[in-house]
Design a protein around this ligand. Structure first.
Ligand code: HEM
Length: 143
C-alpha cells in the first residue's frame, strides 16, 4: 500500500518522490550554472543518486516484470515502459560521462568544461523526458 495509490508498493512512491526532488535539484543546478564547480557538484550528486535508484529500484522492477513486456503487442503501458527505460538509460549514461569528466578535471585542476553546451541541454531535456515517462508509468499502472 503506497502513499499516493493503494496499487503502488511504498518503494515506488518513494522513488517518485526522490525523482521529483532530483528534478528540482537539476533545475536549481541549471539555474546556478556559475560557478561551474557548484553546478558540477549539484549535477554530479543528482546523477549518482539517480544511478542508485535505477540500480536498486527501477532496473530490478523492470527485470522482475519483464514478462509484461514480452511479447510486445504495442500496448500503451509496454510502450511507456520501454521508451522510459531506454531514454532513462541514455540520460544516466550522459550524466555519468559529465560527472566523470568533472571529477577528472577537478583532480587535475583543469578548466571545468565537461561537455558541450548543446549536449548538456540534451541531457537536461532527456532527464525531464524520463521523469515525464516515469510519471506516465505511475499514472497508467497505479492511478
Ligand atoms: C533520468 C533517469 C530516470 C528518471 C528521471 C526516472 C523516473 C521515474 C519515475 C518518476 C518513475 C515512477 C515511480 C515508480 O513507479 O517507481 C519511474 C518508474 C520506473 N522506471 Fe524510471 N527513471 C529513470 C531511469 C530509468 C531507467 C534507466 C530504467 C531502466 C533500466 C527505468 C525503469 C523504470 C521502471 C521499470 C519503472 C516502474 C517501476 C514500478 O513502479 O514498478 N527508469 N521512473
Amino acid at each position: 500500500m503506497g502513499l499516493f495509490s493503494p496499487q503502488a508498493a511504498l518503494i515506488y512512491d518513494i522513488n517518485l518522490i526522490i525523482q521529483a526532488a532530483l528534478v528540482i535539484m537539476l533545475v536549481l543546478g541549471w539555474i546556478k550554472k556559475k560557478p561551474y564547480r557548484v553546478h558540477g557538484i549539484i549535477m554530479g550528486v543528482a546523477t549518482i543518486i539517480n544511478l542508485v535508484t535505477v540500480l536498486t529500484i527501477m532496473a530490478p522492477s523492470l527485470i522482475v516484470n519483464i514478462d509484461a513486456l514480452i511479447p510486445y503487442t504495442g500496448d500503451i503501458g509496454q510502450s511507456i515502459t520501454i521508451v522510459h527505460s531506454i531514454v532513462g538509460s541514455v540520460t544516466v549514461g550522459l550524466g555519468l560521462l559529465f560527472a566523470g569528466r568533472f571529477l577528472f578535471k577537478m583532480r587535475n585542476n583543469d578548466p571545468l568544461l565537461c561537455g558541450s553546451r548543446r549536449l548538456m541541454y540534451a541531457a537536461l531535456a532527456l532527464w525531464l523526458y524520463s521523469f515525464g515517462g516515469g510519471v506516465a508509468f505511475y499514472v497508467f499502472y497505479y492511478l
